[in-house]
Write a protein that binds this ligand. Structure first.
Ligand code: GLA
Length: 328
């Protein structure tokens, strides 16, 4: 048997999910696959891309010291499922690890499906988000798992992270989306958790950032907290205007909104760096590129660009694909 889970690239709506904001990611044509048999009394998995064999007895509590370390994602998912089944299988992936394209969320969802999880997509996403927290200790939002669990072929996945409502938005075929890898990163030990705390600090002063306006930011005296709030409030608005520009075929406007999102992440949210800034700058200076931004948690990873179809750009021309599923 086989399960397949795609990676995702976030087009816009960065660092908004954990404040109940708006995000607009897209599942991409890079996948994690598990080929398995339902057999034995344990979960046994090896990987084409990492050393070691993961073996976990059913009913075993999560073991934070387990090796190989990628097995923590497997163990965390197994520990949250009601009655996971015993399997023996092989994992392989075409999603680069540590690139901000959600290789870990794809693994968690593929594991959940292989272990027999039949939850609807939003519950599957919540369960695997908890697994990510258990495995890494990083308080990530719902975007990656919900995109991978609910994406539709040919569409982006606009998510209201407050209600978990998903809107499938067609990706026009007369533009191309290019992802360029810049540098490896990990969110473990990064400033990600600090950003989550800074957003919570802003909300303790002005209420939910989702409901706040830029004028409200004036009442935050701490300049760092104020700038984090300014990013999130303006980014939620950018998601709405980006989706409208894309639907209206106004690609130069959509691209400019992406580039403005990057500026906001660099200046107000401080999740970019010189290398990412100069990659975005170079990308935007390339003929036929409408706009570009860093994508994902930041501190490295990839940039994403919206391009005219005949633009000549280095990177992967990614396609919008459907959700994780059992292959027939
Ligand atoms: C990571 C997290 C997501 C989201 C992004 C930033 O990918 O897993 O939940 O917070 O960073 O937008």
């Amino acid at each position: 048997m086989r399960v397949i889970a795609p990676g995702r690239v976030n087009l816009i709506g960065e660092h908004t999910d954990y404040t109940g904001g708006l995000v607009f990611p897209m599942a991409i044509d890079r996948w994690t696959t598990i080929d398995y048999d339902i057999v034995g009394t344990e979960i046994v998995l090896d990987s084409a891309d990492a050393d070691g064999t993961v073996s976990i007895a059913l009913g075993q509590p999560f073991d934070a010291t387990m090796t190989p370390s990628w097995g923590k994602y497997v163990g965390a998912v197994a520990s949250l499922l009601q009655s996971p089944r015993a399997i023996s299988g092989h994992v392989s992936t075409t999603i680069p690890v540590g690139a901000g394209l959600s290789s870990s969320a794809a693994l968690e969802i593929a594991v959940a499906l292989a272990l027999g999880c039949k939850l609807p997509s939003s519950e599957l996403a919540l369960l695997t988000q908890r697994a990510e927290h258990i495995a890494t200790g990083v308080p990530t939002g719902i975007m990656d798992q919900l995109c991978i669990a609910s994406a539709r072929d040919g569409h982006g996945t606009m998510i209201d992270c407050r209600t978990l409502e998903v809107k499938h938005v067609p990706i026009p075929t007369d533009v191309k989306i290019v992802v360029r890898f810049i540098a490896h990163r990990t969110l473990v030990g990064s400033a990600y958790a600090d950003r989550v705390a800074q957003c919570a600090a802003a909300e303790s002063i002005i209420g939910p950032l989702r409901d706040a306006s830029l004028a409200d930011v004036a009442s935050i005296t701490d300049v760092t907290i104020a700038s984090r709030a300014r990013h999130v409030i303006s980014e939620n608005a950018r998601v709405v205007s980006f989706a409208a520009a894309l639907a209206g075929g106004d690609y130069s406007v959509a691209g400019a909104i992406m580039t403005d999102s990057h500026r906001s992440l660099a200046e107000d949210f401080a999740t970019s760096n010189e290398q990412m800034n100069s990659a975005v700058h170079d990308m935007c200076a390339t003929p036929g590129v409408c706009g570009a931004r860093m994508t994902g948690g930041g501190f490295g990873g990839c940039i994403v660009a919206l391009c005219e179809p005949d633009a000549v750009v280095d990177g992967w021309h990614v396609q919008p694909v459907g959700a994780a599923h059992h292959a027939v």
